[in-house]
Design a binder for this molecule. Structure first.
Ligand code: HEM
Length: 161
């Protein structure tokens, strides 16, 4: 959940105001095109607190925290957008990630190739690691698999090494 908060795969979503609406004191006239930026909402200190830029998976652990990471508003986590046009794959993708993590964590040790390299993200229709990153999966000290996490679509093909 913390990865999805800090690196939302769909960083922006477009909406159009169907009627005049006032949001936090600002009039948004009918017909205005709006870009909802999940990375900004997901890292707003007013909603998440002063440690918002810390990668802290623990914020999702505890009573009533699994849904919104302890944020002040249930609308603070915008990775899947909210409301009537929220992502219908929301729960499915979280369950899928959980199953994958459970299957992988018991079998592999994870190492990032070149961990000293800063993580830069590429913002496009989807978010991806700039230039790609290589993750090394070590199978119980027997052998290793290198997985290349590809950069944004169209920039480079990415590969299994
Ligand atoms: C981590 C994985 C995923 C993320 C971050 C994600 C994110 C999003 C976002 C932000 C939207 C709103 C797009 C918009 O309104 O312009 C959306 C819509 C949608 N998503 Fe996902 N999604 C994910 C996985 C999935 C999966 C696995 C499915 C299908 C099984 C799915 C099906 C849909 C559908 C059908 C919509 C359109 C809903 C509507 O407009 O009523 N998504 N998703």
């Amino acid at each position: 959940m913390e990865v999805l908060r800090m690196y939302p795969p769909a960083p922006t979503v477009g909406r159009k105001a169907l009627e005049d609406v006032v949001i936090m004191g600002t009039l948004v006239p009918k017909g205005t095109d709006i870009t909802v930026a999940a990375p900004l909402m997901n890292t707003n200190p007013e909603l998440w607190g002063p440690d918002v830029h810390l990668f802290n998976p623990e914020r999702w652990v505890g009573p009533n925290k699994s849904a919104n990471g302890g944020a002040k508003s249930p609308y603070a986590f915008m990775t899947f957008i909210q409301g009537p046009r929220t992502c219908i794959g929301n729960q499915f993708s979280k369950s899928e990630l959980l199953v994958m993590a459970a299957a992988f964590v018991g079998r592999f040790k994870f190492e990032l190739l070149h961990p000293e390299k800063d993580l830069e993200v590429e913002l496009s229709v989807t978010m991806s690691p700039k230039g790609g990153r290589t993750l090394v999966l070590l199978v119980k000290d027997v052998y290793s698999i290198h997985i290349r996490l590809p950069p944004a679509k169209g920039k480079s093909k990415g590969s299994w090494i």
